[in-house]
Design a protein around this ligand. Structure first.
Ligand code: B1M
Length: 211
């Protein structure tokens, strides 16, 4: 790996967001492509963060800072990746369900999926079935990811799945769900394709679902 790519990977791991834009620009000036910087700098860095997070060696604040470092670089790379139509691991459509304003966990899931090479379309929070449906029709994602943090709002996940089935698009997309009150049993009960307990597992699950 080139020196600047390992520096970028380490900046993600260390959460060094202040030097990230300069390192990214340096990599581009050295002739590295945006896709190469993503695949061989940011992704190995985020991969490491995911492993450490799952192992309980680092916690949410560290992951958030790593995600911020990655975002500094992605802000520069995103338009270049779009221009070059670089191949992504797939497209993830993400949102916190209707009535629910908790978005910190959902944002982390988005960052980890982006770090794993997915294009992430984030619909934000308080997203109703109609908005999910519209976005599926517009973006044709590989995966729909729904997050809920309240025992009351998690019920809305089933409503979304039913409304996708009603209009015949349920089988066009894999569905993964998560959030503190959500469980594997609940995912099975409502017909989701998978459940992940944390953001790093969500990125792993997303890879599994598209493979
Ligand atoms: Co709220 N809140 N909150 N809150 N809040 C909880 C969730 C609660 C457990 C607190 C408590 O009572 N102990 C409780 C829910 C009880 C329940 O239903 N069982 C609660 C409540 C009751 C409420 C209000 C109703 C309070 C009130 O107004 N009376 C209200 C509801 C508002 C609404 O949504 N309509 C409310 C409001 C808020 C704030 C707005 C103040 C704020 C949210 C700010 C924001 O998100 N922008 C807030 C917060 C911060 C919390 C706590 C303290 C922290 C949540 C969080 O961000 N955790 C929370 C208590 C707690 O968890 N200790 C609490 C950190 C985050 C990284 O973890 O979201 O679990 P988490 O995400 C994880 C995993 O769950 C998973 O990966 C993430 C990263 O590892 N994951 C997925 C999440 N989504 C996933 C999707 C996937 C896969 C994995 O696939 C797609």
């Amino acid at each position: 790996m080139s020196e600047v790519l390992s520096a970028i990977a380490n900046m993600v791991i260390e959460g060094n967001f202040t030097d990230m834009a300069a390192a990214t620009n340096q990599a581009l000036e050295e002739g590295l492509g945006a896709e190469e910087i993503l695949n061989n700098g940011l992704m190995p860095g985020m991969d490491h963060v995911g492993v450490e997070f799952k192992a309980g060696n680092i916690f949410v604040p560290e992951v958030l800072i790593s995600a911020k470092a990655m975002q500094e670089s992605m802000d520069i790379l995103r338009p270049l990746l779009a221009e070059s139509e670089a191949e992504t691991a797939g497209k993830v459509l993400l949102g916190t369900v209707k009535g629910d304003l908790h978005d910190i966990g959902k944002n982390l899931v988005g960052m980890m999926c982006e770090g794993a090479g997915f294009e992430v379309i984030d619909l934000g929070k308080d997203v109703g079935p109609e908005a999910f449906l519209e976005a599926i029709k517009e973006h044709n994602p590989d995966i729909l990811g729904m997050s809920a943090m309240l025992t009351t709002t998690m019920l809305s996940m089933e409503r979304v799945i039913n409304s996708l089935a009603e209009v015949g698009v349920r089988d066009t997309v894999k569905i993964m769900i998560g959030g503190a009150p959500v469980t594997q049993d609940y995912a099975a009960q409502i017909g989701a394709d998978g459940y992940a307990a944390d953001a790093a597992s969500a990125a792993d699950l997303a890879k599994e679902l598209v493979s």
